[in-house]
Structure formats: structure tokens, C-alpha cells
Design a binder for this molecule. Structure first.
Ligand SMILES: Nc1nc2c(c(=O)[nH]1)N[C@@H](CNc1ccc(C(=O)N[C@@H](CCC(=O)N[C@@H](CCC(=O)N[C@@H](CCC(=O)O)C(=O)O)C(=O)O)C(=O)O)cc1)CN2
Ligand code: MET
Ligand SMILES: [Zn+2]
Length: 754
């Protein structure tokens, strides 16, 4: 049999461009600086560059339709024509309807944005009702296939699979009680049949359908539906060959289910789901089937241990007719090219592989499966001894339970209130104020040497003074310094801690046009000196009201960094926690009375499989408590959580033992409060009273309504008033207006308390 796939492929590749060209083009289009044609031209040249790169690197099978102007799940909504009526009614053209769904308009809120599995990528949640009229609109996939073909590259269009699409969807608000989008699978399969037919008409040989939802716990009905879906698609007479890609973990019973269908190729993640190998062996010989082996980690930036990966690949070769080497998931989650990092330390660089380098690894592994491991490049030298820090290791060994325990909450609350003397329903914000273009330009000028250290510090101090003045004028009770000096809440700490490296250009898409540069944790972590104290104390010197110290918690720092894999995550988390513990004590010693330790990624990092969640929450909660329990009972610890639904982790939120938790709540209409109460949560809580993800300013009544619901659920002496999250992506005019309403809403509700 010929090898249908060849030896090597990748499941997807970054689409932002080597220098975030896509971000710049899309944002220019939104701002009206370029027209749609110019935007489309930039997009086409970015796509062409990816196809050429992948082909020239020697990859046998090149994917297409991995490009997106915003998000691949939103693209799927267009593909199956599940565009909600509220956006159709706007009467915009295709491109602007697409961006309206992504970003909202004056009149229509955007689709909800949420985390893509346990990654830091966010997708737009489809809204499905019993009446959604699915129709095949394969134009984009067809067009991009043709575009690549014209360049001489035969590609494999990639689509989100129908089962995963529906499992990631939510029911529209008007849907009947009990309706689940997944109930519509048969209807959607009919549309995928049309799509596959259209692709076959165009000469497409292979299609990739992504079904990562099956790496999470699924019911037996959902697994049976997956099998039925792919049996049906497999029976189609006129279709391309089907490659069902799974990733992000072990498939469990979904693997034999998929293998029981006529799909020609199945992809398994052997990095996040090593158990897939045994499952596959148990399934028996796989005649006529290709296994696409995800041997190169698509989510971390370390070079692959090629010899170990080749051994795993060889084990598979005995099981399937054909094995193709691939990445564990799309390379969307790693930076584009290590070549753009000339400043990185050489000891580190030789251990790294970004997307471009991972393609070379996949190609090399594919050849090694055919020709033997002799063709593989040598492994990097042993880890430098200097990356180890025995002092921090000794400190961790010496930790005892009393190091992660504070006094009883009631006692803490009383001493804190005696010191802070806050009104009921204190008002505050989550930390950041608008990151204006001027701030970013100042930072860029500083980096480029056009603005010296003193000039930069002066500029940032002026901003802090401005942020304090604004908050005093608006009448907020607990102030923040605004975080103007931070490029990002994780990268900023990564740049200051030993054991971390920062990249110059290591951008990864987070959502839409927004990107982050995750720092790299390569060695033992230590703090070389105070990181935030000067900013916080400066801010505090300008006001009599309490200013919150502002730190990012250990779990979030790990979640949004690339982390070393040579020791348990818990050990790395505790090293970070010790650095934060020292920082918190320094803030306290400098007179800061409230310290917020943000953990927005606490829920995101929860393992997809319930069986692994307990162990994760144990170390995650432990690291947070290690970071926050070094201060006196009279210092108030806040934490902040956002970007997720928290139902599953409420006991863990309680176990964090923070004095006050601010939590995203406005979109769930404060439901979180009832949930918190039923778990016995009894400390301070600040449910977000308005959504900061949109430029829309909330009406006064929306805020007071939210607060009324909140005081009905939480005793007023434990209730805080704040937005859902930080204000860094917003502009000043809207922020001032929204906060004015927040303060007067709090005053109004306060006046109704007896
Ligand atoms: N790490 C992380 N993950 C997270 C979040 C988060 O805050 N951090 N929040 C959620 C996701 N939300 C996000 C919200 C905003 C941005 C965001 O605004 N990103 C910025 C970059 C932020 C940054 O690194 N800024 C730098 C560099 C800015 C920059 O682009 N500078 C220009 C020059 C300056 C200019 O002209 O603007 C350049 O280098 O070319 C700085 O301020 O210093 C962007 O895409 O534009 C990202 C994620 C979940 N995951
Ligand atoms: C993503 S959570 C953000 C918390 C941070 N303190 C901010 O206000 O931006
Ligand atoms: Zn937040």
C-alpha cells in the first residue's frame, strides 16, 4: 500500500505571522486605516508563507484552512452557517458580520469568549438552538485549498469536527429547558456530508477533522454518538479520506470507538496522552489504517527527546499499517520561530524548539522511522549546573504545615477592619488601568534605548499618579496603582525572576488579535530583589486610602509560562510561590495593607479528566497558600479569578483561604454567589458587576440590579463592589464613565442597608 500521508505532518501552524503581521493588519482594518482588500492581501501572503515554509521544510503532508482572521471555532460557525440571527440582522457584509460576532457592535454584544480546553487560547462560543438552520458554506476551506494548489502545494483542509463543535457550543437563551446543542449532531452531520462532497468535487484528497473534546471526560452516549457520526461520514461515496485528529490527552473509550469507524486515519496525542499507546495496542492490529502519532509537543517549547520519540513511533509501527509523525496538537500554542530570538542565552537556545523548529523535528522523526535513528541530530548537552539553586531547594524541603496556615478568618477580618476602617460594600478595581498607546510606546522606546531608565520610570510614575488621582476623584475606596509598568501580568514577573527567560518576539495568539509572550521557566526560581514594592509604595505615598499591592499568583504564572518538564509542576509552583511570599512580606513591611494575588488561570489549568483534578487542586491551592500565608493576619489578602466558569472548583476557591475574592460574575448574572454560598464560603467576595471585555459602558440600572442580586446572596459586610476584571484593554473615557456608575451604584445600595 502506498503511504497516503507520507511520513510527517503537523496538525496546524501559527497564523499570526512572524512579526504579528495579522494583528497589525486586522487592527488597522478595524480602525479604518486599511480596506478589506488590503487586509485580504496580507492574509493571503501570510498563508502562502506558511505553506511554503512547511513544504520547504520537507513535511510530506501540509495542512490548510488553519488560517483564521479571529478564531477557528468562529470560522466553523460560518462554515455551517450557524450565524445567530442577531448578527444577520445587522445587514453587514460577510467580513464585517464575522468581526461583529467576534467583537460585538454598539447594539449587539459579541459571542462569548472562553478558554479552548486547558490552554491560554480563547474561542468564540457558538449559540445553537433547536431552530438553527445549518447549511454548508465551505467557501473558505475551498478557497484556501485552491490558493495553496496554485502555489504548487497540495494541502489537507482542517476543520473543527462536528462533535467537538457542538460540545463547545451553548444553547441560545430562548432554547427550551433541557435542550443541548449536541442534540443537533445528526443535522450537523448532514451538513458535513455536503462539505465533504464539495471538497471532494475540488479534488481534495484528505480532510482533517479535529475532535479534541474527546480527550476530556465524555458520557457513553457522547462516545456512541461520535462513533455513529464517523460511521455515517465514512459511508459517504464521494468524499476525501478522513483524518480524525484528537489532542490534549488520553482518549479513553473514545479511541476504540473511533477505530470502529471507517475513517482512514486517526491522530493521537502521545505527549499529553501517553496512555493512548496502550489503548491502541489493546485495540489489536489496525489494518488499512494510518495512525498519526503526535510525538512532538505542540504546547511547550523544549526540544523533543528524539530518540525516545522514535522508540514510541517504532512501537506504533508494529500496530498500524502506516504511521505518520506529527505534533501533539496544532502549533498555534507556541511562538513562530526561534530565529527571531538572537538575544537568548545560548545554553537555553540549544534546548528550545519553536513552531518552525518543531517542523524540522517532525520531519527528522518521520525519516528516522523509515531509515533508523542514525539520521537524528545529536541531543543537547546536559543541563548547566548553574540552573540549579540549592538554597531554594533547601527552603522548600524545610517547609512545614504552619507555613501555609494563617489565623482563623473571623479573627483576621476583625483586625483588618480595625486597621482599614472600610465602609460596607467597599468599591475597588481589579488592578490594571488602560494600557494606552502612549504607555506602550514609552516601553518600546525604553527597550530600544531611546528612553533611558530614569525617563521611563518618570513616565510610569506620572501614570501611577494619574491613576491615583482618577480613583480619588471618582471616590473609590480601595485603590490600585494601575499596573502601567507591566507589559503583561505574567511576563513582567518572568522578566524579574531568576530561572525565567523572556523572549523578544515569542508571541502566541491568546484571542483574536491579542497575543502574549509567555516567559520560559528553565531553572530553579528565585527572587533577586523586590519586584513591585517601589511602584506600590509610590502609589500609597500619594493617598490616604489603602492601595492594594498587586501580584500574580504561582498557578497563573505557571499556566501562562512555558514550564520546565524535568520536575513535577508542584515543585516549580512552590519555588515561584516562595518568591511571591517574600515579595508579599516586603510589601507588608513597606506599609501596604492589602495585597491581591491574582489567580485567573486557576480553573483553566484544571486537568480535563476528573481523575487527575484532585492532585492538581492540591498543589495549586498549596502553592497559593504558600505565597500568601507569610504575612500577618492584619494584612488583607485578596485574590481574583476570571475567564472561566468556576462551578467545579468552588471548594478549591474556599481552600485558597483568601480574605477577599473578586470573581468574574456579570455575564453569569451573579449565579456564582449562590453556588459559593452552598459550598459554605464565608469570606469576603467581590462579584464583578460589569463586563470589561466590551467597550460598552453599563447603564446605571445594570449595576444597581447586579448589586441588588449580590446583597441578596451575600451579607453586606462581606460584599465588595468591583468590575469583572482589569481595565487594561479599555480606554479612559469609558472606564471613567463605568466606574462613576459603579461608585454611585454602591452608594445607592449602601444607603438602603440598615
Ligand atoms: N499572559 C496572559 N495571558 C492571559 C491574559 C493576560 O493578561 N496575560 N489575560 C487573558 C487573555 N487576555 C489578554 C488581554 C490582553 C492581551 C493584550 O493586550 N496583549 C497585547 C500585548 C501585551 C504586551 O505584551 N504589551 C507589551 C508590548 C506591546 C507592543 O506590542 N509593543 C509594540 C510597540 C508599542 C506600540 O506601538 O504599541 C511592539 O513591540 O511592536 C508592552 O506593553 O510593552 C497585544 O496583543 O497587543 C493579551 C491577552 C487570559 N490570558
Ligand atoms: C486576567 S486577570 C487580570 C488581573 C490584573 N490585576 C489586572 O487587573 O489586569
Ligand atoms: Zn481578570
Amino acid at each position: 500500500m502506498t503511504t497516503p500521508f507520507g511520513l510527517s505532518t503537523v496538525l496546524g501552524y501559527p497564523r499570526i505571522g512572524p512579526h504579528r503581521e495579522l494583528k497589525h493588519a486586522v487592527e488597522s482594518y478595524w480602525a479604518g486605516r486599511i480596506d478589506a482588500t488590503t487586509l485580504q492581501d496580507t492574509a493571503a501572503s501570510l498563508r502562502a508563507e506558511v505553506w511554503r515554509t512547511l513544504r520547504d521544510a520537507g513535511l510530506d503532508a501540509v495542512p490548510s484552512n488553519t488560517f483564521s482572521f479571529y478564531d477557528q471555532v468562529l470560522d466553523t460557525t460560518v462554515l455551517v452557517d450557524a450565524v445567530p440571527d442577531r448578527f444577520r440582522r445587522l445587514g453587514l457584509g460577510d467580513l464585517d458580520t464575522y468581526f461583529a460576532m467576534a467583537r460585538g457592535t454598539e447594539r449587539e454584544p459579541a459571542l462569548e469568549l472562553t478558554k479552548w480546553f486547558d490552554t491560554n487560547y480563547h474561542y468564540l462560543v457558538p449559540e445553537i438552538s433547536p431552530g438553527t438552520a445549518f447549511t454548508a458554506r465551505p467557501d473558505k476551506a475551498v478557497r484556501e485549498y485552491g490558493e495553496a494548489k496554485a502555489l504548487g502545494v497540495t494541502t489537507r483542509p482542517v476543520l473543527v469536527g462536528p462533535a467537538t463543535y457542538l460540545l463547545l457550543s451553548k444553547a441560545t437563551e430562548d432554547a427550551p429547558e433541557g435542550f443541548r446543542p449536541f442534540d443537533r449532531l445528526d443535522d450537523l452531520i448532514a451538513v458535513y456530508e455536503d462539505i465533504l462532497g464539495a471538497l471532494a468535487d475540488d479534488g481534495v484528497e484528505w480532510v482533517q477533522l479535529d475532535e479534541p473534546a474527546y480527550a476530556a471526560d465524555r458520557t457513553s452516549d457522547e462516545i456512541a454518538a461520535l462513533r455513529a457520526a464517523y460511521r455515517r461520514l465514512g459511508l459517504l461515496k464521494h468524499r476525501p479520506r478522513l483524518f480524525v485528529a484528537t489532542y490534549f490527552g488520553d482518549l479513553g473509550d473514545a479511541l476504540p470507538a473511533l477505530l470502529g469507524t471507517p475513517v482512514e486515519a486517526v491522530g493521537i496525542d502521545l505527549v499529553a496522552g501517553p496512555g493512548n499507546l496502550n489503548r491502541l495496542a489493546a485495540a489489536g492490529p489496525l489494518h488499512g489504517r494510518t495512525i498519526v502519532a503526535g510525538l512532538v509537543d505542540g504546547r511547550n517549547i523544549w526540544r523533543t527527546d528524539l530518540r525516545a520519540a522514535a522508540a514510541a513511533g517504532a512501537a506504533l509501527t508494529g500496530l498500524a499499517d502506516h504511521v505518520t509523525v506529527s505534533t501533539s496538537c496544532s502549533l498555534l500554542h507556541v511562538p513562530v520561530d526561534l530565529a527571531a530570538e538572537p538575544e537568548l542565552d545560548e545554553d537555553l537556545r540549544v534546548r528550545l524548539a519553536f513552531a518552525r523548529q518543531k517542523v524540522d523535528e517532525v520531519v527528522a522523526l518521520g525519516r528516522a522511522l523509515r531509515d533508523g535513528v542514525g539520521v537524528l541530530p545529536p541531543a543537547p548537552p546536559a543541563t548547566p549546573a548553574a540552573w540549579r539553586n540549592d538554597a531554594v531547594r533547601a527552603r522548600l524541603d524545610a517547609l512545614r504545615p504552619e507555613h501555609v496556615r494563617r489565623g482563623p478568618y473571623a479573627q483576621r477580618a476583625a483586625t483588618q477592619q480595625a486597621r482599614l476602617n472600610l465602609p460596607p460594600l467597599p468599591t475597588t478595581t481589579i488592578g490594571s488601568f488602560p494600557q494606552t498607546p502612549e504607555l506602550r510606546q514609552a516601553r518600546a522606546a525604553h527597550r530600544a534605548g531611546r528612553l533611558d531608565d530614569t525617563g521611563y520610570a518618570e513616565r510610569m510614575r506620572a501614570e501611577v499618579a494619574h491613576v491615583i488621582a482618577v480613583q480619588e476623584r471618582l471616590g473609590l475606596d480601595v485603590l490600585v496603582h494601575g499596573e502601567p509598568e507591566r507589559n503583561d501580568m505574567v511576563q513582567y514577573f518572568g522578566e524579574q525572576l531568576d530561572g525565567f527567560a523572556a523572549t523578544a518576539n515569542g508571541w502566541v495568539q491568546s484571542y483574536g488579535s491579542r497575543c502574549v509572550r509567555p516567559p520560559i521557566i528553565y531553572g530553579d526560581v528565585t527572587r533577586t530583589g523586590p519586584m513591585t514594592v517601589a511602584w506600590s509604595t509610590y502609589a500609597q505615598s500619594l493617598t490616604n486610602r489603602p492601595v492594594k499591592g498587586m501580584l500574580t499568583g504561582p498557578v497563573t504564572i505557571l499556566a501562562w509560562s512555558f514550564v520546565r518538564t524535568d520536575q513535577p509542576l508542584a515543585d516549580t509552583a512552590n519555588q515561584v510561590a516562595l518568591a511571591l511570599r517574600d515579595e508579599a512580606r516586603d510589601l507588608e513591611a513597606a506599609g501596604i495593607r492589602i495585597i491581591q494575588v491574582d489567580e485567573p488561570a486557576l480553573r483553566e489549568t484544571l486537568p480535563l479528566r476528573r481523575a487527575e483534578q484532585r492532585a492538581y487542586l492540591d498543589w495549586a491551592v498549596g502553592a497559593f497558600r504558600l505565597a500568601t500565608s507569610g504575612v500577618a493576619d492584619s494584612t488583607q489578602i485578596h485574590t481574583h479569578l476570571c475567564y472561566s466558569e468556576f462551578g467545579e472548583v468552588l471548594p478549591a476557591i474556599d481552600a485558597l483561604d483568601a480574605d477577599v475574592t473578586s470573581i468574574e460574575a456579570s455575564r453569569s448574572k451573579m449565579e456564582i454567589l449562590d453556588d459559593l454560598r452552598t459550598t459554605g464560603y464565608e469570606r469576603g467576595v467581590g462579584p464583578g458587576v460589569y463586563d470589561i471585555h466590551s467597550p460598552r459602558v453599563p447603564e446605571q440600572t445594570e449595576i444597581t440590579d447586579a448589586l441588588r442580586r449580590a446583597v441578596a446572596a451575600v451579607p453586606a459586610d462581606r460584599l465588595w463592589v468591583n468590575p469583572d476584571c482589569g481595565l487594561k484593554t479599555r480606554g479612559y473615557p469609558e472606564v471613567e464613565q463605568a466606574l462613576t456608575r459603579l461608585v454611585s451604584g454602591a452608594a445607592e445600595i449602601r444607603s438602603t442597608l440598615t
